[in-house]
Design a protein around this ligand. Structure first.
Ligand SMILES: Cc1cc2nc3c(=O)[nH]c(=O)nc-3n(C[C@H](O)[C@H](O)[C@H](O)COP(=O)(O)O)c2cc1C
Length: 314
């Protein structure tokens, strides 16, 4: 049964709970539909989409690390037209918001993606990936400089009336400056973090494990960094923040909400336990009831009160 205390609305995206699934860890939903009714989620974020299909990077593409994993998928995806023809029909039948994650080699690619996807009846929002560390061009390169981040967000903003979520990279010196630039350019919300740049070396081959040398670290190992960045961005901008990075339990989700996240996304946690998002939703219901919280919105950013910053949603 739906529980009103955990309803949340982020820039017009109405969700029956604040638990989403992070881009690239949930495909287009169908693999997980065998585990549970995916309409129970707050929202789905698609795998990153590009205008043309992308084959991705050569294997190996993943490698386990202590408390996490490295990936170098390289944005393998079927391209926007194939997505519309083959994936959108089943996604559009879901009763929950579907958010398309978009990427591009150039600023114009992002604009074209925004225009094309805006023609889809029922798509809830665009999440603009300016943070992928695993591609030759675009991706993270746009998200490491305030000016280029703003340029991409402006191009997307001009191509759509849908809510625009800027997905930020943690591989920067000041996450606050990037967030501020994205919001000035028209972002309605910020999501963070994408993966942290890392690497692994094969000691038998005496060479880096990944063809592109560096890869993206995710999972519980990155959680303290992600939480710190959500905290910082909450203090820097007035738009809602979607927090992710190492969330595997409802307690993790509560920490992100108290740090300033209006919603959270589960990424690598889906690989550890496909039911993780559902367990987190159940945990949040019990937590709000036990704490006497009638609206989860009351909790957003409330840990800042102890440092003298007023929760901006009160
Ligand atoms: C295998 C894999 C593929 C990913 N693909 C994408 C992607 O296509 N677009 C994107 O914005 N983020 C992508 N991400 C990043 C996640 O959405 C998320 O931001 C990151 O992994 C941190 O969350 P986590 O620690 O819960 O996994 C990917 C992550 C993983 C592990």
């Amino acid at each position: 049964m739906d529980n009103k205390s955990i309803f949340i609305n982020i820039c017009g995206i109405a969700m029956k709970n604040p638990v989403m699934v992070a881009s690239g860890t949930f495909g287009f939903g169908q693999e997980y539909a065998g585990f549970y009714d995916i309409n129970l989620l707050g929202a789905i974020v698609t795998k990153g989409l590009t205008f043309e299909p992308k084959a991705g990077n050569p294997p190996p593409r993943i490698c386990e690390t202590p408390a996490g994993m490295l990936n170098s998928i390289g944005l393998e995806n079927p391209g926007v037209e194939d997505f519309i023809a083959k994936e959108w029909p089943h996604l559009s039948r879901l009763s929950i918001p579907v958010i398309a994650n978009i990427d591009g080699d150039t600023v114009d690619d992002y604009h074209k993606m925004a225009r094309r996807l805006s023609s889809l009846e029922g798509l809830a929002a665009l999440e603009v990936n300016i943070s992928c560390p695993n591609v030759e061009k675009g991706g993270m390169a746009f998200g490491q400089d305030p000016e280029s981040a703003a340029e991409v967000i402006k191009a997307v903003r001009e191509g759509t009336d849908l809510p625009v979520i800027a997905k930020l990279s943690p591989n920067v010196t000041s996450i606050q400056k990037i967030a501020e630039a994205a919001v000035s350019a028209g972002a309605d919300a910020i999501s963070l973090i994408n993966t942290l740049l890392g690497m692994a070396i094969d000691i038998n081959k005496k060479r880096p494990v990944f063809h592109r040398t560096f890869a993206g670290l995710s999972g519980p190992a990155v959680k303290p960094v992600a939480l710190r960045m959500v905290w910082e961005v909450y203090e820097a901008v007035k738009v809602p923040v979607i927090g992710m990075g190492g969330i595997t339990t409802w307690q993790d989700a509560v920490e992100f909400i108290l740090a300033g996240a209006s919603a959270v996304a589960v990424g690598t946690g889906n690989f550890l336990d496909p039911l993780a998002p559902i367990k987190i939703i159940e945990g949040l219901k019990k937590y709000t009831a036990a704490q006497g919280v009638r609206d989860i919105g009351e909790l957003i950013g409330s840990a800042h009160l102890f440092t003298g910053v007023k929760s901006r949603f009160k």
